[in-house]
Design a protein around this ligand. Structure first.
Ligand code: PHE
Length: 433
């Protein structure tokens, strides 16, 4: 399916058996929604950036999405068998080059550059994933980090310096449920850090991120009140810290916010694994990092019901938003859905071992995106079974075709569906049922 070279973001790269970046994904490179001032993703980015001001934090918002496997995975200590590395989850340009799957891909380089004590990185990230109203294969994240240098403090003990910086941060009116001890066996302290250092870094991290919640959800609440969706009250926001695991931080947490009666996972964070600054040539640096998804936040700030809308070029969407303002999205209409099923037998070679690549749900997603693009709203596996005698595997998927911009005619959806069927047959040699 690929010739010997592909062009991504205007540059040519050699292809190999790893290459799996389809044209409809490549087409998103350079859209830069996070840099379009009147776009909800950019407005959300700016809102969060306010909590990480210069000169302590330097904002890096134009880093290329094309990174090496070393940057995206190796530098962060991802084990070789980590599922995130697989071609079913990640877009490979070739064996050594991927579309970044997270903004953490730039941590090591940014530490190495050593331009500031802290940084934020907002960017588009790419993941092969499900198709539904909250998943899109290209989305945006913001990374943030704050480092302290052992070489700049007496005895190389940064605990006092971190605590002094913590005192400078504003305290927030927030109800916080903590996760228990800062570190323990299951969420361990690193050998390179003293208990006091880790506790101080964690306290600075948590206070900083609670500030993000106050900033973002304070605005969300104002917008909801203005739209008549919520009543004015002075109940403080509620957040909770949940222990988490990332290969590149320990201890690690996720931060959740109680929003309209539901706990919402907002971000991942933790104390940076010392091997990262060590390998980046800045072993005297110690600190924290976090990563937050921007779409999730923007959907709730602006009341945007479908993630595809962010990519819309429709004036009825784009003209609704203005820099620095949180306003509720006015839906321009909801067009009718059209559900269609496709069922097929997988070729026997792909259900058994034997070196063949098995058919993955994400291959279905990619096929539908390739044919229908943003006209596919939702794709679900509705049935799956293995024939007891032949051992052959059957799958059935339900696709919901719906445009955000118009009513699709029967002819149009039939043609799309027929094209999906043909693509499945040609690419994966499935036997349609
Ligand atoms: N990169 C992580 C993700 O995409 C988030 C993260 C960033 C976690 C930095 C810890 C520190 O899920």
């Amino acid at each position: 399916y690929y010739s010997s070279k592909i062009t991504v973001g205007g540059k040519e790269y050699p292809t190999d058996e790893y290459t799996n970046l389809p044209p409809h994904i490549e087409a998103c490179v350079g859209r830069n929604l996070h840099l379009s001032p009147n776009h909800p993703i950019s407005i959300t980015r700016r809102l969060i950036e306010r909590r990480f001001p210069a000169p302590v934090y330097k904002a890096h918002n134009t880093l290329s999405p094309i990174v090496s496997v070393q940057q995206n995975f190796d530098s962060l200590g991802f084990p070789l068998d980590h599922p995130g590395r697989s071609r079913t989850d990640t877009y490979y340009i070739n064996e050594k080059t991927v579309m970044r799957t997270h903004t953490s891909a730039h941590q090591a380089d940014t530490f190495a550059a050593g331009e500031s004590e802290g940084f934020t990185i907002a960017a588009d990230v790419y993941r092969r994933d499900a198709i539904d109203r909250s998943h899109y294969p290209v989305f945006h994240q913001m990374e943030g980090a704050r480092m302290w240098s052992r070489s700049e403090v007496p005895n190389g003990d940064i605990a006092a310096a971190v605590r002094a910086d913590l005192e400078k941060l504003p305290k927030h009116d927030l109800v916080v449920e903590d996760s228990g001890p800062i570190f323990h066996e299951g969420n361990p302290l690193q050998k390179a850090h003293s208990a006091e250092e880790c506790e101080a870094i964690a306290a600075h991290l948590k206070r900083s991120l609670e500030g993000v919640v106050v900033e973002v959800f304070g605005q969300a609440k104002k917008a909801a009140i203005a739209a008549g969706e919520a009543k004015e009250d002075d109940a403080p926001l509620r957040v909770r810290w949940i222990e988490a695991y990332f290969p590149f931080t320990t201890p690690s947490w996720e931060l959740e916010v109680l929003w309209q009666g539901e706990w919402l996972e907002l971000l991942g964070c933790g104390v940076v694994q010392q091997s990262i600054p060590d390998n980046a040539g800045t072993p005297d640096k110690v600190g924290w990092a976090f990563g937050v998804g921007l779409e999730r936040v923007a959907m709730l700030l602006f009341g945007i019901p479908d993630i595809r809308l962010f990519w819309s070029k429709d004036e009825r969407f784009l003209t609704q938003f203005a820099e620095g303002r949180i306003t509720k999205f006015q839906s321009f209409s909801k067009y009718p859905p059209c559900y269609k099923d496709v069922a097929f037998w997988l070729p026997s070679s792909s259900s058994s071992a034997g070196g063949q690549v098995a058919f993955h749900e994400n291959d279905m997603m990619e096929t539908v995106r390739g044919v229908a693009g943003d006209l596919a709203e939702d794709v679900r596996l509705t049935d799956e079974f293995t024939h007891p005698k032949s051992g052959k595997k059957s799958m059935c998927f339900r696709i919901n075709y719906r445009s955000l911009e118009k009513t699709l005619t029967n002819e149009e959806t039939n043609a799309l569906h027929e094209a999906v069927r043909t693509a499945l047959k040609e690419k994966y040699a499935v036997e349609l049922r």
